[in-house]
Design a protein around this ligand. Structure first.
Ligand code: NAD
Length: 295
């Protein structure tokens, strides 16, 4: 297939590399030249603009930072909706507000395009390994058209519902993940204050009623686990500022839906404080340090 990939960042670069490995012809664009150079080294074809990348593409994938980037690239002046071939399938994999996803999909549909929202979970490790989870919003037949391509980048594909439903599922998941990260940090710090070995405590929690994904796969306490950000000074992984963005999306969405998310709002505020203390680019598990005893 001829695929256009727009946004070759921490996630987009390894995702597009997996499409190239699967034998697709991929034309890519990112405003950062170093990103494009890495993409070309992996076998991709560099485009000078998003508009150029989509010429002749049967499928367009966007993997951009936030709602405004997605609105601008599809709906803005000379946006993709006026550039792509009529038969092309549009897939936005960025994490954005469900409302923004619905707005862009409606504009695409009004012009006769098929579009799905397909945000991912699994982090940069999952993007490299091709084991991402896709949460898809849109018509079932559009998902079926996308399935083979999504399978080259991920191992779990869920149809969450109509347009925006993939983003709504992502918002719920990431709110829970953010709360779990803080709750696990708090519990491990309490254990340390009691003189417990955090590795032993983590093993106990893992097999008890407090067990969760953070303690099993992403332990925030250094020395408890290899190959996670806490083992390398909280570098790599999922940045505090991206977690803050996702928790902000959850709180905004809860206001729109008139739903109560008291712990989600508290988690957002704690990540906001952590970011403003200069930790925005560290991995989100660094919030463990917020609960360090003061000397
Ligand atoms: P990133 O900042 O590394 O990559 C985004 C890329 O988009 C950058 O390279 C940037 O230059 C590019 N970009 C910005 N504007 C553009 C434009 N107009 N045209 C083309 N490219 C443009 O971010 P990331 O970590 O790759 O995350 C991308 C999305 O995936 C975000 O919405 C994020 O929330 C989500 N996500 C990230 C992770 C993760 O672990 N990093 C996990 C799941 C979901």
């Amino acid at each position: 297939m001829n695929i256009a990939f727009i946004g070759l960042g921490n996630m987009g670069l390894p995702m597009s590399a997996n499409l190239l490995r699967a034998g697709h012809a991929v034309s890519g664009y990112d405003p950062v030249a170093a990103r494009v150079a890495e993409f070309v080294a992996a076998g991709g074809k560099a485009a000078q603009s998003a508009a150029q990348a989509v010429q002749g593409a049967q499928l367009v994938i966007t993997m951009l930072p936030a709602s405004q980037h997605v609105r601008d690239i599809y709906l803005g002046d000379g946006g993709l909706l006026s550039q792509v071939d009529a038969q092309a399938l549009l897939i936005d994999c960025s994490t954005i507000a469900p409302q923004a996803a619905r707005e862009v999909a409606e504009a695409a549909s009004a012009k006769g395009f098929a579009m799905i929202d397909a945000p991912v979970s699994g982090g940069t490790g999952g993007a490299v390994a091709g084991t991402l989870t896709f949460m898809v919003g849109g018509a079932a037949e559009h998902l079926e058209r996308a399935r083979a391509v999504l399978s080259a980048m991920g191992s779990n594909i869920f149809h969450a519902g109509p347009s925006g439903a993939g983003q709504a599922a992502k918002v719920c998941n990431n709110m829970l993940a953010g709360i779990a990260m803080i709750a696990t940090s708090e519990a491990l710090r309490l254990g340390l204050a009691n003189g417990l070995d955090p590795k032993v405590l983590s093993s106990i929690i893992s097999k008890s009623s407090g067990g969760n994904w953070v303690v099993d796969k992403y332990n925030p306490c250094p020395g408890t686990m290899d190959n996670v950000p806490s083992a390398r000074g909280y570098t790599g992984g999922f940045a505090v500022d991206l977690m803050l963005k996702d928790l902000g999306l959850a709180v905004e969405n809860a206001l729109d839906m008139k739903a109560a998310v008291p712990l989600g709002a508290l988690a957002r505020n704690l990540y906001d404080l952590h970011s403003k203390s200069g930790n925005g680019s560290l991995d989100s598990s660094s919030i463990f340090n917020m609960f360090a005893p003061k000397s």
